[in-house]
Ligand binder design. Structure first.
Ligand code: SF4
Length: 390
């Protein structure tokens, strides 16, 4: 059974075929094409884009630069998607976590981390995850489905609504940086992630610089080069161990692409330079990966790669078997790495009290109904698509 997609459907699971197209699923060029189909000139796409991504409107009525009949025509053809904030939690340290619900009822978490000189939004690329990194809470939730491009963009829009972050809304921009470090493995949904990044970086809309966007992978080696070539964003790698023996347990995808293969893919990352270094994430787990010998091995592994290392004190979650390394152990590890010439900041845990910190995200979404795996064009994995009828 195929899921029918006609010319005017946005192809999103749960959206009606032939219903309004979600503008957030489209690049500016694609929007111009859709408007041309209606006989509308290209400059209309620029006007719409401005209203959606610069002013943050959620409907067509406020678009006062468009004549009323045109607004009505557009409202019949398009919609402006937003996930619904099913839950918002605020940490005592200012971190905000939302559980966003999408059109088909699936849910994923998004986190905003305010700092003095920046505001970072951590967004999800999948509902659940196919991988089972043993230190990560998301890894206990099976993959429900890939998020669409519009659903990835929608997290930025909905967070901007909640933060009053629209450029025309108030001075300053709360969201200055974006990290794809939420739920899911972005390189298993690269087609949609790349499409979303084209919208997020579009300089007539949200206009967030590629230099301020970081995509984190657990090590999906075959997609790393393409990621750099197509998106141009910064790369982060969840390394977490210096031997295959330990990494096979912490990040099981290592059994497929072991450390030596991963490191070569990092050396080959397009655009790599001292000004554009790869971030290696290293979670500090008591007695597992945190000894001085591990630190020295890490330095040897990174040889020849412009790199910085984020040391992440483990953020516990219900049911985990790991403990965070003691502070003096983390300090010793950081000192060895730093003396070798690598920046190795120890990340201050943010939002632990609301389970918003690194590795703590999870939603209750599960696969439901009668589903089957079907490869989706351009994605690295099959996604769950509801079958219609039998
Ligand atoms: S660390 Fe990333 S890839 Fe690994 S289970 Fe968690 S969300 Fe998935």
């Amino acid at each position: 059974m195929q899921v029918a997609v006609d010319h005017w459907s946005d192809g999103v699971p749960g959206h009606c075929v032939g219903g309004p197209v979600d503008i957030t699923e489209l690049s500016r060029g694609e929007l111009a094409g859709r408007l041309a189909d209606l006989g509308l000139p290209a400059f209309r796409a620029g006007q719409l884009w401005h209203w959606v991504y610069h002013r943050g409107v959620t409907g067509f009525e406020p678009m006062t630069t468009l004549a009323r009949p045109l607004r009505a025509q557009l409202a019949g053809r398009f919609r402006i998607g937003r996930p619904e904030p099913a839950l918002e939690q605020r940490s005592t340290d200012g971190t905000v976590k939302w559980l966003f619900r999408f059109a088909d009822g699936s849910e994923a978490e998004t986190v905003f981390i305010p700092e003095t000189d920046r505001g970072t939004l951590c967004i999800s690329s999948q509902v659940g995850c196919t991988l089972t990194c043993s230190f990560c809470r998301t890894g206990t939730q099976k993959l429900v489905r890939n998020l669409t491009a519009g659903e990835i963009v929608g997290q930025v829009l909905a967070a901007s609504d909640a933060l009053g972050a629209w450029p025309s809304g108030r001075p300053g921009r709360p969201i200055t940086n974006i990290v794809l470090m939420g739920m899911g493995e972005p390189l298993y949904n690269l087609e949609n992630v790349a499409a979303a990044l084209r919208v997020i970086t579009d300089n007539e809309g949200l206009s967030i610089s590629k230099r301020r966007i970081t995509l984190s992978t657990s090590g999906v080696v075959p997609e790393i080069e393409r990621c750099g070539r197509e998106t141009g964003v910064n790369l982060a790698v969840s390394l977490h161990a210096v031997t295959d023996e330990v990494r096979n347990v912490l990040v099981p995808i290592n059994r497929k692409w072991p450390i030596s293969v991963l490191m070569q893919a990092c050396r080959d990352y397009p655009g790599l330079s001292n000004a554009r270094r790869i971030t290696f994430e290293y979670v500090m787990l008591d007695g597992i990966n945190d000894g001085p010998a591990d630190a020295r091995a890490l330095v040897r592994l990174l040889g020849g790669i412009p790199a910085k290392i984020n040391l992440i004190p483990f953020n516990p979650w219900p049911g985990t078997r790991y403990r965070c390394s003691p502070a003096p152990v983390i300090a010793r590890f950081a000192e060895i790495v730093m003396k070798a010439g690598y920046a190795s900041p120890v990340r201050a845990p943010r939002g632990r009290d609301i389970l918003a910190a690194c590795g703590q995200l999870r939603s209750k979404s599960e696969r439901q109904g009668r589903r089957r795996r079907e490869p989706r064009a351009g994605t690295g994995v099959g996604v769950e698509i509801e079958t219609v009828g039998s």
